[in-house]
Ligand binder design. Structure first.
Ligand code: COA
Length: 136
């Protein structure tokens, strides 16, 4: 488990982890037996990092991924923290093989939730204040 990070990032990550049960590896949690996600405090800035989100193949396309992402985003907003992700499609059974949806599906999904291109392959979402909407 990551122990570095600012106090606010550590508190935010602890709150996100409390949404579910321990996942299969350190820094991951499982929600509703169908979603596994990894979240860590960033060790370089006052923000958190979504390392990945994975939904069981048999229940994809039913909104589980979106609900999990929205739950995370409402917590980071409450902590007024940014969140970083590196969209990279994969499938758990095949390690890092590109077997998930194409990256452009992932990047547009994250963009619809307020993530914007950041350095290199990363996307960053700044915190949303009460009532503020992210544009498309
Ligand atoms: C990415 C992932 C987590 C999405 O989970 P999900 O429960 O299937 O997602 P949802 O049902 O909430 O759908 C999310 C959006 O993506 C779209 N979408 C999902 N899979 C898609 C596909 N294969 N092709 C096109 N669009 C797709 C949905 O239509 C939906 O669009 P909307 O926001 O306009 O409604 C899931 O596909 C997955 O686990 N992929 C493998 C692991 C992976 O690559 N994770 C990303 C690591 S950063």
């Amino acid at each position: 488990m990551s122990r570095t990070g600012t106090p606010s990032a550590l508190a935010c990550v602890a709150e996100i982890r409390a949404l579910g049960n321990s996942g299969p590896t350190a820094d991951t949690i499982m929600l509703d037996n169908s979603v596994i996600l990894g979240v860590q405090p960033s060790n370089r800035a006052d923000r958190v990092r979504l390392t990945y989100i994975w939904v069981s193949k048999s229940v994809r396309g039913q909104g589980h991924g979106t609900r999990a992402l929205e739950a995370i985003l409402s917590i980071v907003d409450r902590h007024a923290l940014a969140i970083l992700v590196r969209p990279a499609a994969f499938d758990r059974h095949y390690g890092s093989v590109m077997a998930g949806p194409p990256n452009k599906v992932l990047t547009s999904w994250y963009a619809r939730h307020g993530f914007r291109p950041f350095s290199g392959p990363h996307m960053l979402r700044e915190p949303r204040r009460n009532g503020e909407q992210h544009g498309q």
